[in-house]
Design a protein around this ligand. Sequence first.
Ligand code: ADP
Ligand code: MG
Length: 256
Amino acid sequence: MMEISHLSVTYPNGIKAVTDANLMLSPGEIVALVGESGSGKSSLLYASLALLPRGSKTSGEVFLDGMNFLSLPHDRKRQFRWKKVSLVLQGSMNSFTPVLAMERQFVEAMQEHLNMKETDAAARAGELLEEVGLDRKFLRRFPHEMSGGQKQRCAIAMALCCSPDYLLADEPTTALDVITQAEIIDLLKRIVKARNMGMLMVTHDLALAASIANKISVMHRSRIVETAERDRIINDPKHPHTASLIRSLRTMEEEH
Ligand SMILES: Nc1ncnc2c1ncn2[C@@H]1O[C@H](COP(=O)(O)OP(=O)(O)O)[C@@H](O)[C@H]1O
Ligand SMILES: [Mg+2]
């Protein structure tokens, strides 16, 4: 179980981006964190892994298997980040080093975090690519030789390389076209199920959230204003802000 408890974030410039957020994530469960731009979703995600810029203030706890991650020493945090909880970032498909073939990038990550021998790491990289629906010959490619969707598949494979229990994804499909978006969403669903991982997915897109999540949390002006099962949020929103998000969704559907 991953539990975010009373998490608050203040940036060095004084902006309070997250206020008293609570969120629970169980193995095999997908929770979507939805809200408009600037509501604090990314801040919550980064804060929960202690990845905010220097000088930011975070209070609250993030329990992973009963331990408060935020109170662990620096080294332990680093281990937890790849092995317990892993990240797929907004635009992470652009985060690969342009001058290295994919195989090198996987091997280096696995050597660093898993202490693996080069040949074992390369073999495992091939398996990971196949798991995300890419032929292992993509390992020979450079980032610029792949489409946005293929790079995002690689980013997901990379996030899986230390077999984490939880995956945190920040707008993992926002930069992609609609068809590719749907493919990546299907892939994430399949992986979460096959590996019995918990996934927290941040998105500004309520329709997308509804297409993937078991549970939805709605964020508004730094606060989580409502959390419930997907169907309850969509059919019977309790908070006025959730209701207005759903109304705009229905209006968009009618206009199409
Ligand atoms: N590094 C930062 N330094 C200062 N303020 C920031 C920083 N990152 C985000 N903010 C501010 O925090 C608020 C929440 O931003 P963010 O978490 O990125 O929202 P979202 O992901 O929902 O779009 C916004 O007002 C934003 O301008
Ligand atoms: Mg964001």
